[in-house]
Design a protein around this ligand. Structure first.
Ligand SMILES: Cc1cc2nc3c(=O)[nH]c(=O)nc-3n(C[C@H](O)[C@H](O)[C@H](O)COP(=O)(O)OP(=O)(O)OC[C@H]3O[C@@H](n4cnc5c(N)ncnc54)[C@H](O)[C@@H]3O)c2cc1C
Length: 439
């Protein structure tokens, strides 16, 4: 059993597990949380239902974190989905699985997960101090010596930094940990928004479609301007991060089938969020654009034939009325505008060239991306403490003896589906255990 003094900075998913586990290993643990209560981000996660993990296989899981995923193997070997579910069940919380393998508490309440984490802390004797911001970490000869807050100094043998990223600052995550790690010599990989809505240059056009939600479109992003998109390079299958084996060829960035919603300034929704980080990275070096296939179930030839047959059958109707049977009214108007076809032309009078343009417009609605929405609106922060300076087997800093990292402040992020929380829980567990066992 440990006799170490461990201070954990940050009471989110990662910090609470770290503190509980270090205490379980016998360390004397103080968890310092700057907000008035811990776990604020867990409480709003999954629309307050908390998608806490996923049923994907270990290798599938790892692929969800992109190139940095392999760093997580040792943490997942120590504490993965089964251990997490076992911990929850020990405190009376059962779970259920939704399509896509997403795991939620059966009650549908994120609150239950926070309650378990607090009970786990309490039961193992970790001391939780809320309303207390960690300002600085003190070292002596490259070893941890203490943690400073505004009014106190906490002597420590080990410190676990678990202060999260810098998105949703109202939950307490404001990038403090990265600043403290940098002050101790750590490299911080640029913090970027991930899982964030996109702002398009054609603001008026997107604004006119605001509020329209499309369930089953194919969204493809490109590292070039909308004008330069080559429609023949739009794949009919998903490709991108976490989608095994299908690496997109530049300028293609990602392609996914899924939901999209038009906003006042651009686009959001599941398919958009999933590719937003890759788009943000592309924007760092040049233009980026989107193509929306509004009817991905039909090939372009099939669609053109379908339009022809509808136009033949209903020759006296306005062409817009017929398109409105395929897509929402305001989208139909946009498609007609892009195809250069007057909405009140009678279907029977649509020329072969116009029909071709309409089917093309339905398969390829384009937007130039101006930027992402700010990091404060991102569900996850990409970037953080460089993994090259952290030992994946213990999560200890390679620069400062006794300093450990876990959760979103590490340079790790993933798609939606429960992967971010599982990474926070697993790294929290490993960091806490390692800190308690520090020699
Ligand atoms: C709206 C939303 C929904 C989400 N839904 C899901 C989901 O369903 N599934 C999923 O897997 N992921 C989801 N995520 C992401 C997931 O919630 C995070 O990746 C995860 O909570 C990160 O945990 P963490 O402990 O590393 O950091 P955080 O949860 O950010 O916790 C950090 C803690 O440190 C505290 N802190 C910060 N600085 C200091 C300081 N100087 N001193 C003391 N304390 C400090 C903060 O107050 C905070 O409590 C969602 C995120 C958002 C924003």
């Amino acid at each position: 059993m440990s006799s170490k003094k461990v201070v954990v900075a940050g009471g989110g998913a990662a910090g609470m597990l770290a503190a509980g586990r270090a205490a379980q290993k016998g360390a004397s643990v103080t968890l310092l949380e700057k907000m008035e209560r811990p776990g604020k981000k867990v409480l709003i996660s999954g629309n307050t239902r908390c998608n806490l993990t996923n049923t994907l296989s270990l290798d599938g899981f790892i692929s969800m974190y992109g190139v940095n995923g392999k760093f997580l193997y040792p943490a997942f070997q120590r504490f993965f989905r089964e251990e997490l579910l076992e911990l929850l069940s020990r405190y009376g919380v059962s779970t259920f699985v939704e399509p896509g393998g997403r795991v939620f508490p059966a009650s549908g309440k994120a609150d239950d997960v926070v309650r378990v984490l607090q009970q786990y802390l309490q039961e193992n004797g970790a001391k939780l101090v809320t309303g207390t911001r960690v300002d600085q970490i003190e070292t002596i000869k490259g070893c941890i010596s203490a943690v400073k807050t505004a009014g106190n100094v906490y002597p420590a043998d080990a410190v676990v930094l678990a202060t999260g990223g810098s998105s949703y600052p109202q939950t307490g995550s404001t990038g403090d940990g990265c600043r403290m790690a940098a002050a101790l010599g750590h490299t911080i990989v640029k913090l970027r928004p991930a899982l964030v809505p996109l702002v398009v240059k054609e603001r008026e056009q997107a604004g006119a479609l605001q509020g329209i939600s499309l369930q089953d479109i194919r969204l493809t992003s490109f590292a070039c301007s909308a004008q330069e998109i080559d429609i023949s390079s739009i794949p009919q299958h998903d490709c991108g991060r976490g989608i095994g084996g299908r690496r997109p060829k530049p300028p293609l960035i990602e392609s996914r089938k899924g939901g999209l919603i038009f906003t006042q300034y651009g686009v959001s929704g599941p398919a958009v969020l999933l590719m937003s980080l890759a788009v943000a990275d592309a924007l760092d070096t040049g233009p980026a654009s989107l193509s929306i296939d509004l009817l991905p179930a039909k090939g372009q030839k099939q669609l053109a034939e379908g339009l022809q047959s509808a136009f033949d059958r209903h020759g006296a109707r306005f062409v817009q009325t017929i398109l409105e049977e395929l897509v929402p009214g305001r989208i139909a108007a946009t498609v007609l505008g892009n195809a250069g076809v007057h909405p009140e032309i009678k279907a029977g009078r649509v020329s072969a060239r116009q029909r071709e343009s309409l089917s093309l417009s339905l398969k390829d609605l384009r937007f130039d991306i101006e930027r992402t929405r700010p990091i404060a609106e991102a569900m996850v922060t990409a970037g953080g403490v460089s993994l090259a300076e952290v030992d994946p087997r213990t999560l200890q800093s390679k620069l400062v003896n006794g300093l450990y990292f876990c959760g979103e402040m590490l340079d790790i992020d993933a798609d939606t589906g429960g992967f971010n929380l599982q990474a926070a829980f697993s790294t929290g567990w490993l960091a806490g255990e390692s800190a308690a066992m520090l020699r």
